[in-house]
Design a binder for this molecule. Structure first.
Ligand SMILES: [Fe+2]
Ligand SMILES: [Fe+2]
Length: 512
């Protein structure tokens, strides 16, 4: 659309020259010869630019310019002043009244055209920017509600991410499969609002089928009887086509469709495979949502993320269990070596380990620490491997020199196990199981709390077993007699531990 220009000058010849030139360039023009007419025409024609002579009858150019500015608050219409007066005065006055530029008479028409082109372009740019800003402000205003909604969604996603992060941390640190499944199930229910869920897993690496591992709000009795073969049907299909599978999907056929329908009839709607390094370890089934709504794409993403975290957790837990079994069998071999040497204390380590584990249970000590106590207790006398058999089995009193050798066994034992990575945490318990609260023990003469809780437990369990079994030099005490003895030795043994042990007897968890 052509731009319109209002040309104002008291000299009709000047108006004509300028107007003709502008029309030749494609502009629309209007003209006025005095100030009042100029403003009237301005109001009627809404020009895109005004060329304005300073010296006009009725109202001079500065006054007209002032009034134009009060009408055009956005400064969209450039005003170019024309004057024969001294440059600096007119310019100053002109800019004060809101004019964009100034042309001195006599002027070159080319100069006028160049300035007009420039100012119109600038004015267009300003107008565009303003319009965009207005649109944005408008959208922002309209979008307040949207914004709140998006913000809520964002917060939910951040929460989901944090839950996933916490979960993968939790799942990686949980080693007890039952506990791990429990956290896994609760997370799925909490995050997705799932009505029912069930996990099938390959329990033993050798198994060629998946069996029910657990679930929530499902018919456990029925599910426990089901075997899903790992190399056919749903299991194979999901390994080949990893992703969330809708059980009523029409694209299934043969045994896959049969199993899908079967699981669907048990209340499940979707299935997702738990795969680690290309190997299937489980199939996870979920029913519909509690609120009866359909799952969203985002729900499935969260579902997959949780399943993947769980998969890693399950794998870790299996490795951990495997490792723990290896540890235990290693320990058993070591223990039998000790007992083969010391005929008097046959069964001693087993019993001490048992007492220590039960005391730890009774005291509510956490699992990891309890495992360390069990290992430490089972190994506490391993240093006796370094004590000559004839000394260990000597029926008469030991000489001072022999005692010194016997008393070296905690240190010797600690040295044996300290370099075995999986037993290093039990080193302290082995080294300090003969320390006493009053500092009268060995090898380091530690006092009170300087002796770790684990070592104090093993110390009580060890002494209790020594008191309650026959030795070549004395008869065994009864359990109640041994408790009394330990209570009297309150400067040596931790009385809290002694009372926990006595309670085990009252509860019939230990017997004579
Ligand atoms: Fe010992
Ligand atoms: Fe012992």
């Amino acid at each position: 659309m052509s731009k319109s220009i209002l040309v104002v000058d008291d000299d009709p010849d000047v108006i004509e020259i300028i107007s003709e030139t502008l029309k030749n360039e494609g502009y629309l023009t209007e003209s006025a010869t005095d100030g009042d007419e100029a403003l009237r025409k301005y109001d009627i024609f809404n020009p895109d630019l005004v060329i304005l002579d300073v010296s006009l009858p009725s109202k001079d150019g500065f006054a007209v310019c002032d009034e134009i500015r009060s009408r055009d608050i956005n400064n969209d219409v450039p005003v170019i002043l024309i004057s024969g007066n001294s440059v600096s005065d007119t310019m100053l006055e002109g800019f004060k009244s809101g004019a964009q530029d100034y042309i001195k008479k006599p002027f070159s028409l080319n100069e006028v055209l160049a300035k007009i082109g420039n100012f119109l372009e600038q004015a267009d740019g300003r107008k565009n920017l303003r319009e965009q800003k207005e649109i944005l402000e408008d959208e922002l205003h309209k979008g307040q509600e949207d914004y709140k909604r998006v913000n809520r969604k964002l917060k939910k996603i951040i929460l989901d991410m944090r839950t996933l992060f916490d979960l993968s941390h939790d799942l990686n640190s949980l080693h007890d499969p039952e506990e791990l499944y429990h956290v896994f199930f609760l997370t799925i229910i909490g995050q997705l609002g799932v009505e029912s869920l069930g996990l099938f897993h390959i329990e033993d690496e050798e198994d060629d089928f998946l069996s029910f591992a657990g679930g929530k709000r499902v018919q456990e009795g029925v599910l426990k009887t089901i075997r899903l073969f790992r190399n056919t049907g749903l299991a194979k299909y999901l390994v080949d086509n990893s992703g969330v599978l809708e059980l009523k999907s029409s694209g299934l056929s043969g045994d896959v469709a049969q199993e899908a329908v079967f699981m669907k009839n048990l209340g499940f709607e979707y299935c997702f495979p738990l795969i680690i390094k290309g190997k299937l370890i489980g199939l996870f089934f979920i029913g519909g949502k509690i609120n009866k709504q359909a799952y969203t794409k985002n729900d499935f993403e969260i579902f997959k993320s949780i399943c993947n975290s769980a998969t890693t957790g399950i794998q870790n837990s299996r490795l951990y269990t495997e490792l723990q079994n290896t540890y235990l069998s290693t320990i058993k071999v070591l223990v039998s070596t000790i007992e083969a040497k010391d005929a008097n204390t046959r069964g001693h380590t087993d019993r001490v380990a048992n007492y220590a584990r039960l005391i730890a249970d009774e005291m509510g000590i956490e699992k990891e620490q309890k495992d360390i106590i069990s290992f430490g207790a089972a190994l506490h006398d391993i240093g006796k491997l370094g004590v000559y058999e004839n000394i260990l089995n000597k029926p008469s009193e030991l000489t001072e020199k022999e005692w010194k050798i016997v008393r070296s066994h905690p240190e010797v034992g600690a040295n044996i196990i300290k370099n075995l990575k999986f037993l290093e945490k039990a080193t302290d318990l082995v080294r300090h199981h003969h320390e006493r609260l009053d500092g009268g023990g060995y090898p380091d003469g530690l006092k009170g709390d300087e002796i770790s809780l684990g070592a104090r437990i093993v110390s009580v369990a060890d002494s209790f077993d020594a008191m309650t079994t026959n030795r070549p030099y004395r008869e065994a005490l009864s359990f109640p007699e041994a408790f009394e003895q330990l209570r009297m030795l309150d400067t040596k043994f931790d009385q809290d531990i002694v009372e926990n042990l006595a309670r085990l007897y009252d509860k019939k968890l230990i017997r004579e």
